[in-house]
Design a protein around this ligand. Structure first.
Ligand code: BG6
Length: 488
């Protein structure tokens, strides 16, 4: 049963940026088409480029047509939708911008008495988040003042800060200006169906949960590979690098969902408590260990990308062996690898079970008893279980076979992306799929430990050819433990 949402205004900072064009505007348009949005809503884009409302509407029409092919079936329909879109040019660090915004919101409230609930969306680089939040507060439009009639909420995109110190600073700025229940920190991976399904798969099935520990699992592989480069994001990547862009957030969140203990209740804080417990138990590495267990790479051609330094040392690939020092996962390696310009565009988690102690069929097939659970997040959302079966015939010959659950084949209905889900949840006030401040800080402790170790041991990114699976050394990371990446 879809939730009934209250009328709202969404104010997007970074309105002419990549995220708004690729994800946000298509998601809002589709939610409108599906009639999931309330009767009245407004979208106010804020950006530094000077557009008027009409120019911005045209730009968004182009963006949705380009990035969500097939979504705009009827240009006139988009035109009607676009009457809800407005644009306000302004500098993010200038209080004047916020005064104009405040005047806009008040004018609408007074004039029409609707859309007085406001959600701010920060689709801007981490360095701008603090100043924007402070200015919202100074302009008295962050909530809790007589100027605000309805509710105020704020969505902050990842990366949240650029290390522990900056994340803590941002958290304290946010705490001065907003209450914790007003803030929604995004990691869009959490809203992907397969990722949400991880908890159901583990804690809703008596078949799997008993296996989910060091007694039965010999290792876990997480791969988040893309077969394209940094696109137009040279400035962002030079400032961020893959460790902070993907591992600190998406990579660690996937580990947490795979490894956490069952929550005491199905509530946002209970789930977040258990995830944070995993972050605290992820083993910190000495620089010597980092030299062995962390591989970083850079794709050939990265330095020729726009806005990238010709001698850049920024990584576009990382492969890391993590351990979780707790009762459940003692001694089980979690290998995480992510990269740009790799061979395939795929995100998957592989859980490999330990072989049986007595290998009855070993003389027939070396790998007969190695079972794998493969959870694919992208391109398909599916779970496959790989096991051995007897090939029909007189002889006993073992073949690996797959049992496959595919979301799209199993469930009908409209498919929404992570961004649809996150927008709906934030509007409805459900924080389950958003990050809590202590969780973000724990993740930064892990990322900072790795980055400091890399610096200390002088690890340099290894150049890898585009279209490969990254530096060859990343294969060795598993080979030394007797394993192999499933995809290589
Ligand atoms: C973003 C990263 O958070 O996630 C990008 O900044 C990355 O670099 C993207 O491409 C991947 O998300 P998805 O949903 O396309 O797998």
């Amino acid at each position: 049963m879809p939730r009934k949402l209250e009328n709202f205004t969404i104010v997007i900072f970074g309105a002419s940026g990549d995220l708004t064009a690729r994800k946000l505007m298509p998601a809002i348009y589709q939610l409108g088409k599906l009639q999931t949005l309330p009767e009245r809503y407004r979208i106010v884009g804020i950006g530094r480029t000077k557009y008027d409302h009409e120019q911005y509407r045209t730009l968004m029409h182009e963006a949705v047509t380009r990035y969500a092919p097939g979504l705009v079936e009827d240009d006139d329909h988009f035109k009607v939708f676009s009457q809800n879109i407005f644009y306000l040019p302004g500098e993010y660090c200038d209080l004047e911008t916020y005064k104009k915004l405040q005047a806009d919101i008040e004018a609408v409230e007074n004039r029409e008495g609707f859309c007085d609930n406001v959600i701010y969306y920060l689709a801007v680089p981490p360095s701008l988040a603090g100043p924007i939040i402070q200015n919202l507060y100074k302009a008295q439009i962050s909530g809790g003042s007589i100027r605000c009639i309805g509710w105020r909420k704020i969505i902050v995109e990842k990366p949240y800060g650029s290390d522990l110190a900056s994340a803590q600073k941002l958290n304290s700025i946010v705490a001065e200006c907003f209450d914790e229940d007003q803030i929604y920190r995004i990691d869009h991976y959490l809203a992907k169906e397969t990722v949400q399904n991880l908890l159901v798969f583990r804690f809703g099935n008596s078949m799997f949960e008993p296996l989910w520990n060091h007694r039965y699992v010999d290792h876990v592989q997480i791969t988040s590979a893309e077969n394209f480069g940094i696109r137009e994001r040279g400035l962002y990547y030079e400032e961020t690098g893959l460790l902070r862009d993907i591992i600190q957030n998406h990579g660690l969140q996937l580990i947490a969902y795979m490894a956490m203990e069952p929550p005491t209740r199905l509530e946002a804080d209970a789930i977040r408590d258990q995830k944070i417990d995993i972050f605290k138990h992820i083993r910190r590495m000495s620089p010597e260990k980092i030299a062995e267990d962390v591989i970083i790479g850079q794709y050939d051609g990265y330095r020729q990308e726009k806005n990238v330094s010709h001698d850049s040392k920024v990584e576009t690939f990382a492969a890391i062996r993590f351990f979780i020092d707790n009762e459940r996962w003692k001694g089980v390696p979690f290998y995480v690898r992510a990269g740009k310009n790799l061979k395939e565009w795929i995100t998957e988690i592989v859980v490999r079970l330990k072989p049986l102690p007595y290998k009855l069929y070993k003389h027939i097939s070396e790998h007969a008893e190695v079972n794998k659970i493969i959870i694919q997040v992208h391109p398909e959302e599916r779970i496959s279980i790989r096991f051995s079966a007897k090939r029909p015939g007189e002889e006993v010959v073992l073949d690996p076979v797959l049992m496959d659950f595919n979301y799209k084949k199993s469930f009908e209905g409209e498919w929404l992306t992570a961004y649809h889900r996150l927008l709906l949840d934030a509007l409805a006030g459900d924080q389950t799929l958003f990050l809590r401040k202590d969780g973000i800080e724990e993740c930064w402790k892990i990322a900072d430990n790795i980055r400091a170790g890399i610096k200390k041991c002088g690890l340099q990114p290894l150049i890898y050819p585009s279209g490969s699976w990254g530096p060859e050394k990343s294969d060795k990371l598993l080979e030394k433990d007797g394993f192999k990446w499933r995809l290589r």
